[in-house]
Write a new protein. Structure first.
Length: 747
């Protein structure tokens, strides 16, 4: 029998020299996964993902060193012949690919290309240059292997690190997961073969290594076996199993080729957009498939016995989900059959792809989405990428409606919808806006029921609530609410300006706090008042007027004097220079925003003076002492004293910005002079500090800042920094200054 007529028989063992013989080609079919041993792949012995090439080569070298003349069987390989001389490999891809690369490295290091016939036949070398191992997973891998053999394995003058710089190495190879894994494997193999007899080791590899071949007969049986092998043998992920399960059952050749190519496109795109810590595209692809099923089933989790678990894409593509009446959420069975269609799947992938691509641009859509992290350390850092959408910090309320919207309407008018989605996201996380929030499952249904993008934005949910799927413990609120209806009345120029105001980190798409839409002029005045107060404090601007604004916020009840985290229970305090969202819940602050912008400070001063009188703050004695009165008395005096000196009180609320201005609950612990009775002049406030162990204390300013009018935690005048030097006379001087401040307040 001639060498190029050699036919593999089922149940026989074959060496590599026999497998790669004459016209025989080992083909990795389109149903297979990428080559991954050069990266980290599943190691069933270690029960985790590890790089497998090193261990594989080490074992071969060890066997060669111990028994170079003995045959070594490397297990089963499964395949079928189609067409003639082409063995379509169903199992053994990773081992055979690694061995093929090993032979290539050995060939480079032996004279006269001793092993080149294993890599490529002489006829092919002079004709189409098709190597004896071919990857049908994607064309780029196929072409790369051809060039790798002819331009590298058969050459000695090219270094490994020069491969990517050669004119036969195309940019698209950087995006091919198999190619990149092969390049890593080549480097590992080359490093492992130092100080070895290349010719002897090569003879051992091609003539002594044997594999038992099992012929599957035809494609259908081969695909079925592929699924069985990879489900019960070496663990594959859900998405790797899905490919042969779904594509292998398609009888129409043209459709099968089409969906196979689309699957390849998805795998490559997810590989390009994987997270830096990931070695394969699988986790990203799995996340997308879960999103896909969530959209179609209107179901966030899988439920069994009232316990939730992540949706299983593999199971959902193969069998109808079960509906249990009393579970938390049930799948939408009517949409399940449609969702199993691979062409439908690819439409939603294309929508995600469009969404990510448009967000990568430095345009208004990406800018709006970046504001979702306002208040977080990651604010406005980095691009809006697939990893951003996959982040645990990004809610399904953002990702799923956006994918559903783009799939149906495209991206032409996406900006308006993105703004609405952002508003809805903050409606959920900001307590005072919960009444406006819509669950993502309701929004996906709005998109489904709408014929145009305007219909989506103007969809009134409550009149049509009977059409929506009921979701356990989730209220259906009005999507097109009064605020959105009021905005319609604005002119185009006014809408542009209002959108800029909506982008403020405290509003994120909803200015209904101001309640002034009947007049654009009044609304503008209210918004500017707001920013001149809150942003002045938030930005810690060196402006004395912030003293009055901070005191006003304290007196209207934005923060309470109470126990603070990290300090002991004998200390209470209040935040004075930290901006929260509490002011947005208070009518008194709304009144201030709606007031004449030229007289905001006076409005605050009048309110503060009335509160001082109402609380009788300056009549503070040991008998009526409370931490609330003590701190408010102290800060009122500090503010008016600083104002009189035209000083801006230092912005400080403690080492961790949440202990605040503090006093001890025990009145005697706050004295400046321990031998004298309690009085306002013989009192000091500081900042709570959690020290090592279980202790905590109130910290006061250092000597360099002592008695300065812009420092909160220091006496007003005359008091020595050293406690042993303080006396009754100094307290009188301090009292005199306090009396002067009180007179200023009273006048």
């Amino acid at each position: 029998m001639k060498a190029n007529d050699f036919k593999l028989e089922s149940g026989q063992e074959y060496t590599l020299k026999q497998l790669f013989n004459g016209k025989n080609k080992i083909v990795i079919p389109d149903l297979q996964r990428d080559y991954c041993w050069g990266d980290k792949a599943w190691n069933k012995d270690a029960d985790n993902y590890t790089e497998l090439v090193s261990g594989f080569i080490d074992n071969l070298i060890s066997s060669f060193n111990e028994k170079p003349n003995d045959n070594l069987t490397l297990g089963l390989i499964y395949g079928y012949e189609n067409p003639h001389f082409s063995i379509q490999l169903c199992d053994g891809q990773q081992r055979l690919t690694t061995l093929f690369l090993l032979i290539g490295i050995i060939n480079r290091n032996t004279e006269n290309n001793f092993f080149k016939d294993i890599l490529i036949s002489e006829a092919e070398l002079q004709d189409d240059r098709e190597p004896n191992l071919q990857y049908a997973i994607r064309e780029s891998t196929l072409y790369f292997l051809s060039d790798l053999v002819c331009e590298f394995f058969l050459q000695k003058n090219i270094k490994i690190e020069e491969i990517t710089k050669k004119n036969w190495y195309f940019n698209e190879y950087d995006l091919d997961a198999s190619i990149q894994s092969m390049l890593k494997a080549i480097k590992i193999i080359d490093a492992k073969l130092i100080n070895i007899d290349y010719t002897a080791f090569g003879e051992f590899i091609v003539n002594k290594l044997q594999m038992l071949y099992y012929d599957m007969g035809h494609r259908t049986r081969g695909e079925e076996t592929f699924v069985v092998i990879n489900t019960t043998g070496e663990p594959l992920t859900a998405t790797e199993n899905l490919k042969p399960i779904l594509i292998g059952t398609i009888s129409d050749e043209l459709i099968r080729k089409k969906v196979s190519k689309e699957w390849e496109i998805r795998e490559e795109w997810f590989w390009q957009n994987k997270q830096p810590t990931e070695q394969t595209s699988d986790e990203a692809l799995k996340t997308f498939l879960i999103w896909y099923w969530q959209i179609h089933l209107l179901q966030e989790k899988s439920w069994k016995d009232k316990r939730s678990s992540e949706l299983n894409p593999n199971a959902l593509f193969q069998k109808t989900p079960i509906v249990v009446e009393d579970q938390e959420e049930s799948p939408d069975i009517d949409k399940w059959e449609k969702a199993r269609n691979l062409e439908t799947l690819h439409k939603y992938f294309t929508a995600l792809q469009q969404l990510v691509n448009i967000c990568k641009k430095e345009d208004e859509i990406g800018r709006v989405l970046k504001t979702i992290y306002i208040g977080d350390k990651t604010i406005n850092k980095g691009d809006i990428t697939l990893s951003w959408f996959r982040s645990t910090k990004v809610s399904l309320d953002i990702v799923l409606p956006l994918i559903a919207y783009v799939e149906k309407f495209g991206t032409d008018k996406l900006y308006r919808f993105v703004r609405r989605i952002r508003r809805n996201y903050y409606d959920n996380i900001w307590e005072e806006r919960n009444k406006n929030y819509l669950d993502w499952r309701h929004i996906v249904q709005i998109i489904e029921y709408s014929d145009s993008e305007d219909d989506v934005l103007n969809f009134e949910t409550l009149p049509r609530q009977s059409e929506f799927k009921k979701i356990s413990n989730v209220t259906l609120n009005e999507w097109y609410n009064d605020y959105e209806k009021q905005k319609v009345k604005l002119s185009n120029d006014q809408k542009i300006e209002v959108e800029k105001w909506e982008d403020h980190q405290d509003f994120m798409g909803d200015l209904s706090f101001f309640q002034n839409f009947e007049s654009f002029v009044k609304l503008k005045n209210s918004f500017l008042n707001y920013t001149s107060i809150i942003d002045l404090i938030r930005n810690k601007e060196n402006n004395p007027i912030s003293n009055t604004y901070r005191l006003f916020l304290l007196f209207i009840g934005c923060e309470k004097v109470e126990h603070k985290p990290r300090v002991s229970w004998d200390i209470e305090g209040v935040l004075f220079s930290t901006v929260s969202r509490n002011h947005l819940k208070l009518e008194e602050f709304k009144k201030l925003c709606n007031y004449d912008s030229n007289d905001l400070e006076n409005y605050c001063i009048v309110y503060i003076k009335n509160k001082i009188k109402e609380l009788d703050l300056f009549n503070l004695t040991e008998e009526n002492y409370t931490t609330d009165k003590a701190i408010k008395c102290w800060l009122a005096l500090k503010v008016f004293n600083a104002n009189n000196e035209n000083e801006c009180l230092a912005y400080y609320d403690g080492n961790n910005s949440d202990e605040g201005v503090s006093v001890y609950k025990n009145v005697s612990s706050n004295l400046l002079v321990d031998s004298e009775p309690f009085s306002i002049a013989n009192m000091i406030c500081g900042f709570g500090v959690k020290s090592g162990g279980s202790g905590s204390y109130i910290h006061y300013t250092g000597e360099s800042n002592w008695n300065k009018p812009n420092i909160i935690d220091t006496p007003f005048s005359g008091i020595k920094y050293s406690e042993v030097e303080r006396n009754k006379d100094q307290l009188r001087k301090n009292q005199n200054v306090i009396d002067d401040i009180i007179n200023i307040i009273n006048t």
